[in-house]
Design a protein around this ligand. Structure first.
Ligand code: SF4
Length: 322
């Protein structure tokens, strides 16, 4: 039986849009709109979708870095949705975040050693000597040299800064890490090294990840299961092999057709996605993908398909499978 580390029920994150001198509330950006899923202990759940689909908002809301508008977040059987600041401090020891842009997530005035040790200091972990030893251990673990401890962020390459970000996240021995596009700002050759580091750490430390990316090829390298997000909602969720070999949702099929290399034994057909992602302020009625879907039917414009379980653990939200 799967041991759930984190469970999300019907989560919403809306950002109010205001207008006029009185900042009247006129609409909402529905960044995350009714999302449910779980992350098991020690697994990587990949979260993929085009930019602007709500992936990062979901990641931040999960850790309560931003307040969810509604819904429930259960962490280790505790409902953390309404936890106080003090309780959230405890959560920060267990659940950490790695950011897309390692440059902006590091304080330019702090040395790399101080940046990594900061979380230990905040949580009152160990003596100063023990914290220094832990920083040295973390530097080594993420493939940095001891000499990096006294350097400043501007002296490091993009890959080294992201290694520092990973070391910071690991400092307090978390169980869950939300990695928000951790390799998309890096060169391709450095991406592979960081992805290897992330998967090695998971194996050694039994970490669970929510790994957010817009690139299915990257997601496929690290994930056990993959959730596909479109305009604030999850439209398909399946094991990695299931999703890659038998994508059901037309949006997933289009994403995959853009990344898979042609198989010499199979005709390869790219399915270009027409148009742009519609505005999350006023999403299309019915299925939100219907304005771009090559298989749209009349019912798709009227009724929103529910995320339903088909074979095994393969979930899809599409009227083709009603
Ligand atoms: Fe396409 Fe209809 Fe399925 Fe939406 S519900 S993905 S519009 S076929």
């Amino acid at each position: 039986m799967v041991s759930k580390l984190l469970e999300v029920e019907n989560l919403r994150k809306y950002y109010p849009v205001t207008a006029g001198l009185l900042a009247r509330h006129v609409a909402d950006v529905k960044a995350v709109d009714g999302v449910s899923f779980f992350i098991a202990e020690g697994e990587t759940l990949g979260l993929v979708g085009e930019s602007g689909c709500g992936k990062s908002s979901l990641g931040r809301a999960l850790l309560r870095l931003e307040e969810p508008t509604s819904g429930q977040i259960i962490y280790r059987e505790n409902d953390i949705t309404s936890w106080s600041k003090q309780q959230l401090k405890e959560l920060r020891r267990e659940a950490q975040m790695i950011f897309q842009d390692p440059q902006s997530s590091l304080d330019p005035r702090m040395t790399i050693g101080d940046s990594i040790g900061e979380a230990l200091l905040i949580h009152g972990v160990g003596t100063e000597k023990e914290r220094l030893e832990r920083v040295a251990e973390l530097l080594q673990r993420v493939g940095l040299e001891q000499g990096h401890a006294t350097r400043y962020p501007h002296e490091l390459s993009g890959g080294q800064k992201q290694r520092t970000g990973i070391a910071r996240a690991l400092a307090v021995n978390p169980k869950l890490i939300v990695a928000d596009e951790p390799v998309s700002a890096l060169d391709v050759s450095v991406q592979a090294q960081i992805l290897n580091l992330i998967t090695d750490l998971q194996r050694e430390l039994s970490l669970a990840y929510l790994f957010i990316a817009h690139d299915l090829a990257v997601i496929g390298q690290v994930s056990n299961r993959i959730a596909v997000m479109y305009l604030g909602q999850i439209v398909e969720l399946a094991g990695r092999d299931d999703l890659f070999h038998q994508p059901l949702h037309p949006y997933t099929q289009a994403l995959l057709s853009a990344v898979l290399l042609p198989d010499p034994h199979q005709p390869w057909k790219r399915t270009p996605l027409p148009g742009e992602v519609p505005s999350p302020i006023d999403p299309p009625t019915g299925c939100r993908f219907h304005t771009r879907c090559p298989r749209v039917m009349p019912v798709c414009r009227q009724e929103m398909p529910e995320l339903r379980q088909l074979d095994g653990n393969h979930l899809v939200a599409c009227h083709l499978y009603d």
